[in-house]
Design a protein around this ligand. Sequence first.
Ligand SMILES: [Zn+2]
Length: 218
Amino acid sequence: MAQGLRLVLFGPPGAGKGTQAQLLRDSLKVTHISSGDLFRHHLGQGTELGLRAKEYMNKGELVPDEVTIDIILDKILSVSDEEGFILDGFPRNPHQAEELEKALNGKSRNIDKVVHIEVSEPELLRRLGGRYVCRACQAPHALGEGEDAASKKCDQCGGELYQRDDDGPEAVKKRIEVYNQETMPVLGFYRERGVLADIPGDNTVGQVNKQVMEALGA
Ligand SMILES: [Zn+2]
């Protein structure tokens, strides 16, 4: 039986990795492994890994790399060779990339392709700065050019829209800065291995998906 693709979807916050990962999951029939979803799962279920992560979060500390790596590898190693997977939100630094490579080397073969969605900083600031949430039902909303949160209501329930502290201008700048400093070096790691595909990500969801599929030869 054919072996499933092993992919990493890489890009800054606001690049649309989650959306692209879902499209790829549907067309390539691979397992979508989102680090954010996995964390929420472990925390919500109170698993052993979740409790380990929570210890740090309760103290207001960052969850150490080793715990994050264990949470992701635990999932990756459960995916069969035939199935394949697409990683979204991991690895976030070169150490995580090395640990992923070691684990996969022990499991027949490595990452086939790293899809790097490149988005310019002004476009990221525009996208991330436009994120609002309904106060009543928590539905996410994207505010377009010239729209303001005060006059726009929730599409789902008519509730009031507000911006989370995480999505405020200072927090957004900080997230991009952390990405540039800690996560960007991962690109060099994969470039050396000849598996990197750069995709311009300022376009529409459909156009980006088309270019990703072309890069994968699918
Ligand atoms: Zn609502």
